[in-house]
Write a protein that binds this ligand. Structure first.
Ligand code: ATP
Length: 135
């Protein structure tokens, strides 16, 4: 089976490096699936998961935005934050979700930064989804 190299990197360092059969992720324009031989591409990413198909298994990484770059020999994901499913601290994500929901409920208070709370909620829900805890 043909494979393509994939690196997921964040400002804190590399998170994932492997040869995979397929990469799927959520670009701001919608879902993207990358197979070996895909045309070169740069796309901004949404908060979502990166799914990596390898040896018949699918690994999941939670990312909170960034860029996907597809080159002939390599896919690079430059993410603001990235955690492999097994590295996600579920309790922390639950606390972050509760905090964000609380802020969104207090929307009548002018000092609450609504958009910031929405994004925090999306990150937390995404982490819980990738860790498999909200299924
Ligand atoms: P929190 O309020 O819990 O910090 P957050 O969404 O504001 O959540 P980020 O700013 O997205 O956190 O991430 C800050 C750093 O913490 C990043 O390195 C990210 O990978 C890590 N991180 C955040 N939440 C988790 C989690 N639930 N499990 C593991 N790492 C996490």
């Amino acid at each position: 089976m043909k494979t393509i190299k994939v690196s997921v990197v964040t400002p804190d360092g590399p998170v994932y490096d492997a040869d995979v059969e397929m990469v799927s992720t959520k670009a701001q324009s919608g879902e993207l699936g990358i197979l070996p031989g895909h045309i070169p591409l740069v796309a901004p990413l949404a908060i979502g998961s990166v799914r990596l198909k390898k040896d018949g298994k699918t690994e999941l990484i939670a990312v909170s935005g960034g860029f996907l770059e597809v080159r002939p020999e390599k896919v690079t994901i430059l993410a603001q934050t990235a955690e492999k499913a097994e590295d996600i601290d579920v309790e922390r994500a639950i606390r972050a979700k509760e905090r964000a929901e609380q802020r969104l409920h207090e929307q009548h208070q002018e000092h609450i930064d609504f958009r910031r709370a929405e994004l925090a909620l999306q990150r937390a829900v995404n982490r819980l989804g990738v860790s498999g805890r909200n299924l």
